[in-house]
Design a protein around this ligand. Structure first.
Ligand code: NAG
Length: 243
């Protein structure tokens, strides 16, 4: 239709020498014109598709990186396991935590306890690599140990626990664990992306449970500190000692 209209309009207006040109040109011009309008239309659609894709991908990126991450907050009151002393829960020591759970990791922020002892720390559980890293914020030092799956709940269960904690206070007991630094790790990159990001630029050590260590340990010369935290329905006091 475009072609015909173009031709007839040209035929009516074209005279003499122009007609010679118009004999061929309108044909090619109109064909060209027709194709170009289809082409332009396709290009516009393609452009729109690109813009839409860009907006969707961009939106997802903005959502992922610029909105505040979903943090769960939870608190537990605890008593020593063998302590039969019955006091009001109000006076019991309390551990607060903020946790971020995504993909296959959980990052727990343990602030300085308001009551009782303990260092503030970041604890990262990498469920894929099966490693746990403690970043002690007083010492700015990282300590790494294999993930203890009998203590640390898997991500979904951990999320459920924090959901439960958000709806009320929780009273539980305290478990002690005794860890000893064994060696310094120079290449933090071998510990995977997440621990690398937590521990890069900090002194990083490997640890072992004291019960697994062979030989006599000279405890007197050790430099020890404790991080109190939970990633299950009980509180763990992790005592870390550096020889
Ligand atoms: C995990 O922790 C529990 C409680 O502290 C302990 O009894 C157990 O030996 C640990 N398991 C490993 C593999 O370290």
């Amino acid at each position: 239709m475009v072609k015909i209209a173009f031709n007839s309009a040209l035929a009516q207006k074209a005279l003499g020498k122009v007609e010679l040109v118009s004999e061929k040109d309108p044909e090619t011009a109109s064909v060209y014109n027709h194709e170009s309008s289809t082409g332009r239309c396709l290009l516009t659609l393609l452009g729109l598709a690109f813009i839409l894709t860009g907006l969707i991908v961009g939106g997802a990126c903005v959502y992922r990186y610029f909105t505040p991450k979903k943090l769960y907050h939870g608190a537990m009151h605890f008593t020593e396991m063998d302590n039969e002393d019955v006091r009001e829960p109000y006076y019991l020591p309390r551990i607060d935590e903020e946790v971020e759970i995504r993909d296959n990791i959980a990052i727990i922020n343990v602030p300085t306890p308001r009551f009782g002892e303990g260092d503030p720390a970041y604890i990262l559980h990498d469920f894929q690599r099966k490693l746990t890293a403690y970043l002690d914020l007083n010492m700015r030092t990282c300590f790494v140990i294999p993930l203890n799956t009998s203590v640390v709940l898997p991500p979904q269960d951990l999320m459920d626990l924090f959901m439960q904690l958000m709806s009320g206070s929780y009273k539980t007991y305290l478990v002690h664990e005794d860890l000893v630094v064994t060696e310094r790790i120079d290449d933090v990159a071998q510990l995977g992306f997440y621990i690398y990001h937590l521990c890069d630029g900090k002194e990083t050590y490997r640890m072992q449970r004291r019960s697994e260590l062979m030989g006599i340990q000279k405890r007197s010369a050790e430099d020890c500190f404790t991080i109190r935290h939970f990633e299950n329905k009980f509180v763990t006091a992790t005592k870390i000692c550096k020889p």
